[in-house]
Design a protein around this ligand. Sequence first.
Ligand code: NAP
Length: 507
Amino acid sequence: MTVTTTTHQAHEHAPAQFRPVPDEILVGGRWITGDGGTSEVLDPATGAVLQTVSHATVDDVDAAVAAGHRAAAAPEWRDLLPHQRARYLVRIADAIEENAPRLAALQTANTGKTLAETSALVASAAGTFRYFAAALETSDADLTAPRGEYLTMSLWEPIGVVGAITPWNSPIASDAQKIAPALAAGNAVVLKPAAWTPLVSLALARIIQESGLPDGLLSVLPGRGSVVGDAIVRHPGVGKVTFTGGTGTGRALAHEAAEKLMPVSLELGGKSPTIVLDDADLDVAVNGVLYGIFSSSGQSCIAGSRLFVADRLYEEFVDRLVRRARALRVGPGTDPRTQVGPLVHPRHRGDVARYVDLARSEGGRILCGGAVPDDPELAAGAYYLPTVIDGLPNSARVCQEEIFGPVLIALPFTDEEDLIAQANDTVFGLAAGVWTADYRRAWRLARRLQAGTVWVNTYKQFSISTPFGGVKESGLGVEKGRAGIAAYSRQKSVYLGLGTEPNPWAD
Ligand code: NAP
């Protein structure tokens, strides 16, 4: 590994709000240039190279894990009382807020999301650190009921070093969702951001380090999943892996974890139904469905990507929706008028376009979109028009596989039984939405839908205090909520004998 002190010059294509960060990676408290090769990180709105980022090596993973163990075991971290450790998290939250415009601009430049979206993600990252600081400070130790002459306690202890692997769609929020509870529990964290979007994770690492967190408690190692991610998962010194990403990757990672008998939490893909009942307020439902699928250009694990509409309403509702989808403003994330930004990378746009071609070849009707925009100003970016498709059964591949782009498949249903059968006929179980005026029907459906989260007359609302996770192939375990810290802890039971007489068995 090569230790450097140089910083990069601003790249000539970089947008005004984007400030390049040095191409160094954080390994055990030291900023170094990784020797694992480099990759060019793009601005998907223009196709321009934002920055060249160096990758970590397997040796860097070793060094980060070793430094993590030293830092987690050092008395200045290990011996902190919960309220003292909470102060570090509060400082991190403050520092994120102080740097919010810069972090949002960086994430917009690297992911293409609108500034409104990335500003909300930055605010949520700060909120996550603040929430887990409060949860830690107000946490209780359990005194369990004695069943003899002893006192029993159940303690929560750190695991040691936690590996965190995150995807490209909402980096700062998914990083915070893992780093904050893992630190709160007293661990060190080795984070691998997605190869396409490492910039904001590296900027966050600098902010966290400058906020005073002891060196070694956080390492950030960009690089390919098959190299750096795999080395983190297999490393004998990593005691837990927390992963957000695709179901295929999650399943492979769980196999590796099983070899080590290591706990994993997996936040995986989705193909979530958004359901319009015949009594829904249609103005509210149309806006909600549009937001649920087309915000973040559909690159959201919880995107409402299968639309089920009561057959009586079907034509009227889908017509309205399509007219509104055609009117959505597609453009760069830096333009405040933009509703739908570019996709994260030209390669990903290719994958999305291939799914639409597949729908066409299987007889689907493309009601709008299904192409790149013809605006010459957008020609260099990874844009794709908001697309609505119908005429396919729920068994079609585009209804069953996650497209992760601005593509909505509309399907009619006849009655509640037909709806539940279709909506639950998927390997995924991440989220669902129900639009109705009748809360009895909403409650009934919410109980029957196989999903980790059900929204009623709202969609994509998130609260750090509410647990989030998927069922079926959408995941294992939950994040967020007060129990979030326990997911990064080991439980230990301690018995304190109160008897004064010798044990008669030995006499
Ligand atoms: P991905 O391909 O599974 O990658 C996710 C992360 O895993 C990346 O950092 C990736 O590195 C790394 N990785 C790849 N192969 C690995 C391996 N063998 N060992 C260890 N790590 C490995 O997913 P993605 O395409 O980045 O993200 C989109 C997916 O994430 C979608 O399926 C989406 O639904 C899901 N997601 C789920 C949630 C949720 O909370 N449920 C939230 C957001 C996204 P590279 O970048 O080098 O490939």
